[in-house]
Design a binder for this molecule. Structure first.
Ligand code: PNW
Length: 486
């Protein structure tokens, strides 16, 4: 994966040649270009055709929880249970994007993004998870898609971003939920497949399995024993696999199918052979129940040995579905672990973070932007992935509106700029990164953190629903326009 694309390489060479022809040293040339029109050879230019986008999720932005015949999801139940979310916040109204989607498409248009990653609420389409269709819900998504296409924005749709229909008995503990998911996928991709060409099955296995059924921090808030958690995880990846098959069977050829997975990222402490190999080993084992299983078509022996009697029960044919070939893999990247090589059986050790490691406003987001490079490199090198997207990257910030009416979120810009610099390294080494989706277009319902954590590049006043671009929106707009890290 080391080959630089011809077109991209040509561009870099053209820049250096221009500097040479100008008779200026490279730094002086760069300076002279800041105000001029010729390309600056020193800046981090992305290749032509690289796709920029923003990401959101249905329960986090839509609101309209009871509108248009939508059925409740596990997140409606959870957020309405006292003590589960910050100050009892719910997604009942959120950004009211159910009603304001045209305004949100205008925000996207103004940014100049080529793509938008959104998700669909399963229980808006099947209020009971299966069976009777809610046509109003189908029409809603059809309208959103049309509005995007009218504005030349390509929709990338996630079928499931955690809002499991509450009517499905047992949720992800029940294997039937995986089948119901595939039926929902078949139905809606058939309906919209004439216009939507990019589908993602699930978002972040670990968040709706472990956080929901092991830690209890997310819906449905359970703390199950290991064997049951492993079964929930298995049902999650099975749902993905069955949905891939269902989408393929119901959409025209050329439809691209993938998923959005927050692969756990491991950064080698020093970029030497032994530590780089350790980071790869960590990536395989650290993602064993999820991405590794999808990519390798089985559970790793080391994982099965470790789980022993708690290992998931696998039925015949499961892995055929689970390992269905994908057109692309999406990875959501926020924060990494650092590893070093050692003599243990697993071949690596995680390095605890020093307490002084800088953090962003959400304490789980450590500032370590090299994770975006290593996320791509580890995943692509391990599994020879043909096309990859960064389906989420971003941060919360303690945003405030200043006396001039602006939100100067320079910490978010710092975070994004540094991540994009490291992503640029991956792209320029020839890794097949096709696009980048910034999380998020808008401040929204940040799950258990409710409205206390703002991830948007547009500020939302949740009382009035007024959207105000933050400084980061202006920065992103310029970044997109120049296709370079600014
Ligand atoms: C992702 N963690 O979630 C989700 O896909 C988004 O819906 C979410 O808003 C975004 O990241 C920001 O949080 C995560 O605690 C939530 O490690 C929590 C964690 C990771 C990802």
């Amino acid at each position: 994966m080391k080959g630089i694309t011809r077109r991209f390489f040509g561009k870099i060479m053209a820049g250096s040649a221009a500097a040479a022809a100008s008779g200026l040293s490279l730094p002086a040339f760069a300076k002279s270009q800041a105000s001029g029109s010729a390309p600056n050879p020193t800046r981090l230019q992305y290749p032509e055709g690289f796709l920029w986008g923003c990401a959101t999720a249905s329960y986090q932005i839509e609101g309209g929880a009871k509108d248009g015949g939508r059925g409740p999801s596990l997140w409606d139940v959870f957020s309405h249970t006292p003590g589960k979310t910050h100050e009892g916040d719910t997604g009942d109204v959120a950004d009211d994007s159910y009603h304001l989607y045209k305004e949100d498409v205008r925000l996207l248009k103004n940014l100049g993004v080529q793509t938008y990653r959104m998700s669909m609420s399963w229980s808006r389409i099947f209020p009971e998870g299966k069976g009777k269709v809610n046509q109003t819900g189908v029409d809603y998504y059809s309208n959103v898609v049309d509005e995007l296409l009218k504005n030349n924005i390509t929709p990338y749709i996630t079928l499931f971003h955690w809002d499991t229909p509450a009517a499905l008995a047992g949720g992800w503990q029940n294997r039937d939920t995986s089948k119901a998911f595939a039926d929902y996928a078949a139905f809606i991709t058939k309906k919209l497949g004439d216009r939507v060409k990019h589908w993602m099955t699930t978002n972040e296995f670990v968040c709706f399995t472990d956080l929901g059924y092991k830690i209890g921090q997310f819906a449905p808030g359970l703390k199950l024993p290991d064997a049951q958690v492993n079964q929930v995880r298995h049902h999650g990846i099975l749902a993905h696999g069955l949905a891939v098959q269902a989408i393929r069977a119901n959409t025209p050829s050329g439809t691209q199918v993938g998923l959005a997975e927050n692969a756990t990222v491991y950064v080698p402490i020093i970029e030497t052979k032994e530590h780089v190999e350790a980071a790869q080993k960590a990536t395989r084992l650290g993602n064993a129940p999820f991405l590794t299983a999808l990519m390798e078509g089985k559970y790793m022996n080391l994982y099965l040995e470790r789980e022993g009697a708690n290992a998931p029960k696998v039925e015949e044919g499961d892995f055929k579905a689970i390992s269905s070939p994908l057109d692309f893999v999406g990875i959501n990247v926020y924060t990494p672990f650092f590893v070093r090589a050692d003599d243990s059986k697993q071949g690596y050790a995680e390095i605890p973070y020093p307490t002084s490691q800088p953090k962003m406003a959400s304490p789980w987001i450590l500032l370590a932007p090299e994770c975006l490079y290593w996320a791509v490199r580890n995943v692509v090198d391990l599994w020879k992935i043909p096309a990859l997207y960064i389906t989420e990257n971003g941060t919360s910030s303690d945003d405030v509106i200043n006396s001039a009416g602006r939100i100067d979120d320079i910490d978010r810009i710092m975070y994004l700029r540094n991540h994009l610099s490291h992503l640029h390294r991956a792209v320029s080494e020839g890794y097949p990164v096709k696009g980048y989706f910034l999380w998020s277009l808008l401040d929204n319902f940040e799950w258990a953190d409710g409205y206390s954590k703002r991830f948007g590049i547009h500020y939302v006043d949740f009382k009035t629903q007024k959207r105000t671009p933050k400084l980061s929106a202006e920065w992103y707009k310029n970044t997109i326009a120049q296709n370079a890290v600014l």
